[in-house]
Write a protein that binds this ligand. Structure first.
Ligand SMILES: NC(=O)c1ccc[n+]([C@@H]2O[C@H](COP(=O)([O-])OP(=O)(O)OC[C@H]3O[C@@H](n4cnc5c(N)ncnc54)[C@H](OP(=O)(O)O)[C@@H]3O)[C@@H](O)[C@H]2O)c1
Length: 244
């Protein structure tokens, strides 16, 4: 039975991704940071629907010791990890002129430095077993500038794409490393957008709607699957198409 570790796997895109992997028979390790009740509910829902093992791990990705402990705990339960999905992320939108060093660094820590540390810890173990797949959840905002309020988030997601290329080159033939770059997705992160801004975003998408989390989870699963065995070191946009 194959195993996947999905960070932030208990709600939003991570939860939808967990369901897709579970539907293909994977056993799961799902990390969360603060929302334990949500995590337990997700675990129960997946176990009920698919009957696979679901392990929950609490870890703040901005803390190296918590990442190390998570890796230790996951490998104690599952000796082999086939796939790592670096999904967890934060966006602290503030006016450009109000951006602080503290928030900038927090965003980089959670969205980029944490995934780097985790990928190296897991990647080294995957290399020992001779195979593995890593998928980073970036964003179209890592490919092009979005709006000044999102500067720190965009920088972290651009960094995640750079990390993808660097990991793919570092690990070579044993580990495939790819990224997905979603556009807007209907999750808590994209709720509460100001009405005019929401309309403007919607009008720039060819499919004229935001993605559902499952549509991103399906793309992530595809990149992890044997069907994508020759896809490596690349970024898959999942954004409904851009009006030009
Ligand atoms: N939604 C979009 O429109 C969109 C578009 C493009 C890319 N993305 C990317 O997709 C990924 C998932 O986004 P989402 O919309 O599903 O987000 P979400 O609904 O806000 O969920 C965020 C997840 O990250 C976890 N998390 C937050 N801070 C953390 C920390 N310090 N350490 C570890 N985990 C932490 C949360 O855990 P708790 O539940 O415990 O808080 C939660 O599971 C993110 O990387 C995001 O940047 C999202």
């Amino acid at each position: 039975m194959k195993t996947v570790l999905i960070t932030g796997g208990t709600r939003g895109i991570g939860k939808a991704t967990a369901f897709v992997f579970a539907s293909h028979g994977y056993q799961l390790a799902l990390s969360y940071c603060t929302r334990e009740d949500t995590a337990i509910k997700t675990k129960e829902e997946i176990e009920k629907e698919y009957g696979v093992n679901v392990m929950l791990v609490k870890a703040d990705l901005s803390k190296e010791d918590e990442i190390s402990k998570m890796v230790e705990d996951v490998y104690e339960k599952y000796p082999v990890l086939d796939c790592l999905v670096n999904n967890a992320g934060i966006a602290i939108d503030t006016l450009f002129e109000e951006k602080t060093k503290e928030n900038f660094l927090k965003t980089l820590d959670v969205n980029l430095v944490g995934p780097f540390l985790l990928s190296r810890m897991v990647g080294d173990k995957m290399k020992d077993t001779g195979c593995g797949v890593i998928i980073n959840v970036s964003s179209t905002s890592g490919l092009e500038m979005t709006y000044p309020e999102s500067l720190d988030y965009d920088a972290s997601k651009a960094g995640l794409i750079s990390l993808t290329h660097n990991l793919a080159n570092y690990y070579g033939k044993e580990i495939r490393v790819n990224a997905v770059a979603p556009g807007w997705v209907n999750t808590e992160m994209s709720q509460d957008l100001e009405k005019d801004f929401y309309k403007k975003q919607l009008s720039s998408i060819l499919l004229e709607r935001f993605a559902e989390p499952k549509e991103i989870g399906t793309a992530i699963y595809f990149l992890a699957s044997e069907e994508a065995s020759y896809i490596n070191d690349t970024v898959l946009r999942v954004d409904g198409g851009v009006k030009r």
